[in-house]
Design a protein around this ligand. Structure first.
Ligand code: ZN
Length: 225
């Protein structure tokens, strides 16, 4: 089992090395270029002017033979209404996407983001929350959940607790939306605290970590300060 796991990791690393993108020498300008591309793509999507075909056999063939060169790592929610490639209007192979309910940062998610940053050299990481997030709502409402879901909720709970601490914020009519924002900020913090690879890359300006929230009604992505 150990050998298989190590072999898999080695294969992943070799894949990455064989396909090192130019972004291997990423700097702040590379982060900005990626962010600009996502902002522009979201604007196209919002206004019904998406330019990327959903079915693109040539592009699929290209990525199969040439490898992946993503411009950003996205940690987003599993919610079916927020597929990153569509809301940012990006082609196959342009986004390294991690999706999990509540866009939480468990070990697997952090490790996946490390792969995106360290091996694929994406100069940008986006923690992407969204309005009306069911996982955040369940946490905010102390919902009784079955199976393993309470474990997942425990990863969101500190963000909800933080939202509750501030009476001014908690007075907002929509407490869930405040929790969604706090959760994005909290998961960004946990990602950096939980990964030396990513926090070191941030320190030397080879990656920028940003938070964003997608409004599921308008499609607009709001970038957090
Ligand atoms: Zn969600």
């Amino acid at each position: 089992m150990t050998i298989t796991f190590k072999s898999s990791l080695a294969a992943l690393a070799l894949c990455a090395l064989a396909n090192l993108p130019q972004a291997a020498f990423a700097d702040q300008s590379a982060s900005k270029t990626s962010l600009d591309a996502l902002v522009a793509g979201n604007n196209r999507y919002m206004t019904g002017q998406s330019s990327i075909p959903r079915i693109d056999p040539q592009r699929r063939e290209q990525t199969a033979t040439e490898g992946q060169f993503p411009i950003a790592t996205i940690l987003g929610c599993s919610d079916a209404r927020v597929p990153p490639e569509i809301i940012f209007d990006q082609k196959f192979g342009k986004l390294f996407v991690i999706r999990v309910a509540g866009n939480v940062t468990g070990t697997s998610e952090i490790a996946s983001a490390e792969y995106g940053v360290h091996y694929l050299k994406t100069p940008l990481v986006v923690v992407l929350g969204h309005s009306a997030c069911g996982a955040v709502k369940a946490t905010a409402e102390n919902a009784e959940l079955k199976g393993k879901l309470p474990k997942l909720i425990s990863l969101i709970q500190p963000a909800v607790d933080e939202a509750r601490k501030n009476p001014k914020e908690s007075d907002k009519t929509n407490f869930v939306e405040e929790c969604v924002e706090q959760n994005v900020r909290y998961q960004m913090k946990k990602l950096l605290e939980g990964s030396d690879l990513i926090s070191d890359a941030k320190k030397n300006d080879s990656v920028k970590v940003v938070g964003a929230i997608r409004d599921i009604r308008t499609g607009k992505v709001r970038w957090l300060d």
